[in-house]
Write a protein that binds this ligand. Structure first.
Ligand code: N01
Length: 556
């Protein structure tokens, strides 16, 4: 890559510690937000608890971590030179390469000067007279800002399992979502992996190659499709680059999940058994998330999803040599796709290795972690290291860690006690000038995250520009608009099979968390249009406050 000149200088606050915008998080959302704000001539301060940019890709360094959206699509589209010049090496980029890309973007746009690393935002309090936020960080400082943008990520609050004795374990314990920066070498060690979601499924085959013995503790079997990862050829890269404007437009406007792929015009039952099997077979050979796009009704129709689920279960039985292990690995308690489908490289085949054992902890639960072993109801399994692939307090977990106080001192946690409430996933009533990037109630985790991040960052920065043009001091989601949106998100979710699974989409993986389907499942194209229409109608459903005099408050 050629070194490019920076395009923006460090932003200057109007007064010491007074910014136009405070951004929380320097992952892909926070970085692009900072870039856009600077382009608008605004002063911004970004706080990031990690030691560098990258968010998810800074923390999730576990063996085998890679993206499940193709690299040529899982990348920023806002700068054509960037997308034309960056060379992705593989169909699905590995974590180190995605992190390198994030670091490159930070260098290229000279972002780091406005980012304070290793600093958490602990508290944010809205001043109803000044219409500003007062933001306190983990270094004990307090700054003010007219706007706060939560770019905290949807899967950034790693969830430790509540297992008796975990603290007594004498070996090393790793969480996939909080992996150490130095290399972890499992050579010669007996390793236990707890959890078989995407992180477990990606890491198990790689750990199995190093460990003397690997025990996989599985509570729920998961559907997984082979990634068929491969190096990208120059021709493949060129095909994307030549058509990028159109590919990006289709991803944004026409696709449900922000990933360009063939759109099926048939349901699974429109084909006879042989034809259907041939189509599943062809998608299985192609690999990746497009498996679920082979028919248009797999998420809606039980008879249709049964055909896809049956196909995957048959594949597992073909791959896994021991019939008992194969049976345990076959998911049977949720519709395929209702939990995030996993993409793997040799996950099922790994159980054919002599050094790998599967323990079904549904029938034989973990009772306790001992200093050198995991004790289940039936046995004791000695391990030297433990890998917790136990997931995240998703979508709301990182927001909940911040003490956010809006109008009348109400905290966001109080307001969201029964589940997150937002208008468009962007703002929550009672919390003026507080924006959320890819918040609950927006397509977020059901989409190509970068497509959704770019849409939100652009919508939010356009909204701030609109406010400034009109000399407005505050904007806030209206309660009626919010109630209607929450009801709509819920209604759309319940027209699908998604709510039938105990998934993190529902908050079901965190004891005590309200069970509400959090992302908006209506599709990114539809959602973008709704957001654009709201903006075009003068931010319909939002209330604004004039800067001066205060009595000129107008409700839109
Ligand atoms: O987490 P998960 P993840 N005792 O919640 C089990 C994204 N991602 O980190 O299903 C025993 O999916 C739990 O069991 P169960 C992607 O969106 C993407 O794997 O609750 N087991 C489950 O098996 C993904 O969906 C990529 O019964 C316990 C596992 O731990 C999301 O992140 C890669 C337990 C957790 O699975 C989260 O994935 C990685 C306990 N106490 C992640 N608690 C890409 O490819 C939990 N489990 C881009």
């Amino acid at each position: 890559m050629s070194a490019l000149p920076s395009v923006s200088a460090k932003s200057q606050p109007a007064a010491a510690g007074a910014y136009d915008v405070v951004v929380v998080g320097a992952g892909f959302a926070g970085m692009y937000m900072l870039h856009r704000l600077r382009r608008q001539g605004l002063s911004a301060r970004v706080y990031e608890q990690g030691g560098d940019v990258g968010g998810t890709w800074y923390w999730n360094r576990y063996p085998g971590a890679r993206c499940d959206v193709e690299s040529m699509q899982y990348s920023y589209s806002f700068d054509d030179e960037l997308q034309q010049q960056w060379d992705w090496s593989e169909r699905y980029a590995p974590q180190p390469e995605i992190l390198k890309y994030a670091q490159h973007v930070a260098d290229r746009f000279d972002l780091r000067g406005d980012i304070q690393f290793e600093t958490r935002v602990d508290r944010a309090e809205f001043d109803e007279i000044a219409n500003t936020w007062s933001v306190t960080t983990s270094d004990g400082r307090t700054v003010t800002a007219q706007y706060v943008v939560l770019a905290t990520g949807c899967l950034s609050n790693a969830k430790m399992p509540d297992i008796k004795g975990l603290g007594d374990f004498k070996g090393k314990v790793y969480h996939t979502g909080h992996w150490p920066h130095e290399e972890v070498d499992f050579t010669g060690l007996r390793v236990g992996v707890i959890g078989t979601g995407s992180s477990g499924i990606q890491s198990v085959p790689v750990i199995a190659e190093q460990a003397s013995h690997l025990t996989v503790f599985q509570r729920t079997a998961n559907f997984s499709i082979p990634a068929r990862n491969a190096e990208l050829t120059p021709g493949e890269r060129e095909a994307f680059r030549a058509n990028y404007p159109e590919i990006r437009r289709i991803a944004r406007e026409e696709m449900r999940n922000g990933i360009v792929q063939e759109v099926p015009d048939r349901g699974a039952l429109d084909d006879g058994e042989n034809e259907r099997r041939a189509k599943f077979e062809s998608r299985w050979s192609k690999g990746g998330l497009t498996f679920m796009g082979v028919y248009n009704n797999l998420a809606f129709d039980k008879a249709a999803y049964d055909t896809a689920a049956g196909f995957v279960r048959d594949k597992i039985a073909e791959i896994v040599e021991d019939p008992q292990t194969a049976k345990l690995l076959q998911p049977n308690d949720h519709p395929i796709g209702s939990k995030r489908i996993c993409i793997d490289t040799d996950f099922f085949a790994t159980f054919n290795r002599p050094n790998v054992t599967l323990v079904d902890i549904k029938s034989d639960p973990i009772r306790q972690i001992l200093p050198h072993a995991v004790r289940t109801s039936a046995r004791e399994i000695e391990v030297d290291a433990l890998v917790l692939a136990t997931g995240f307090d998703a979508m709301t977990g990182s927001v909940a860690k911040i003490d956010i106080r809006g109008r009348n001192g109400q905290t966001l946690n109080q307001k969201w006690a029964e589940g997150p409430k937002t208008y468009l996933g962007l703002m929550s009533a009672g919390f003026p000038n507080l924006f959320i990037v890819t918040g609950p109630g927006s397509p977020s985790v059901l989409s190509n995250m970068i497509v959704s991040i770019e849409q939100h960052v652009e919508w939010i920065t356009d909204c701030i520009a609109w406010m400034r043009d009109r000399d407005l001091a505050a904007i806030e989601a209206g309660r009626d608009a919010e109630d209607r949106w929450v009801a709509h998100v819920n209604e759309v979710a319940h027209s699908t099979l998604y709510p039938q699974a105990n998934s993190w989409y529902m908050g079901a993986n965190v004891p005590g968390k309200p069970q509400i389907f959090m992302p908006y499942i209506g599709g990114v194209g539809v959602y973008r249009q709704i957001c654009n229409d709201v903006a075009a109608k003068g931010y319909e459903g939002f209330a604004t406050t004039a800067a001066e005099p205060p009595q000129k408050r107008a409700a839109s």
